[in-house]
Design a binder for this molecule. Structure first.
Ligand code: ZN
Length: 211
């Protein structure tokens, strides 16, 4: 657990992303980016892509191998598919962020919950909207590994993934320094079928400070 000395009053950018909504933005090298879990136990599904070359994008497997640990927290360097450091986590008051569970989709909703859930809004839909609007002509094929900030997805001793009760709480945040210009697309997860958010998606806040 590491808190930050940055004050929201000095942020260059600040906005609230409503429950189930999405956000796409370019974060410049040297800027610091914070996501706040305003009401607790929300999952902020997040993609990072190199703004100069969006085919160079966040890689969960390279990040896990690079740090020799499964979960993301302060000190984690987010690695790209081409071996570059995209961002570094510089503060974290939640302590546990998942990068194994992936994003919810209409297909996974039918597998996990029930066939008639297919038509419910899911993170992949939000990612596609964000990708279309970020000005880089990104599409479905650009949506690969994501991070689930504030989500607790422990790996059991026999290698299973479980969706556990969240460790986050109102006001917990994670902060990252951009090591190059990156495109960030967040799906503030709209999931209504998963107990880890108490079946109740809630808003997040995003802030950016200049270096
Ligand atoms: Zn989701």
């Amino acid at each position: 657990m590491t808190s930050s000395s940055l004050s929201p009053a000095n942020a260059a950018y600040r906005t609230t992303v409503l429950a189930g909504d999405y956000w796409a933005h370019t974060i410049r090298r040297g800027q610091t980016f914070r996501i706040v879990d305003l009401e607790g136990n929300q999952a902020a599904d997040t993609l990072f892509l190199d703004a100069a070359n969006p085919e160079n994008r966040y890689s969960a497997s390279d990040t896990i191998r690079h740090q020799g640990a499964l979960y993301l927290t302060t000190g984690t360097q987010l690695m790209s598919t081409e071996g570059d450091i995209l961002l570094t986590i510089t503060a974290d008051t939640c302590g546990r962020h998942d990068t194994l569970g992936g994003a919810c989709s209409r297909e996974s909703n039918t597998m996990r919950y029930a066939h008639e859930k297919e038509f419910m809004h899911a993170c992949r839909d939000s990612f596609i909207r964000g990708a279309q609007e970020c000005g880089c002509e990104l599409g479905k094929r650009d949506i690969t590994c994501n991070i689930n900030f504030f989500m607790n997805v422990p790996v059991t001793p026999d290698g299973q993934l479980t969706f556990a009760d969240g460790l986050s709480a109102p006001g917990k945040y994670v902060e990252l320094r951009a090591e190059r210009d990156v495109i960030c697309i967040i799906s503030n997860c709209p999931q209504l079928n998963n107990p880890c958010n108490a079946y109740n998606p809630t808003p997040i806040e995003v802030l950016i400070w200049n270096s």
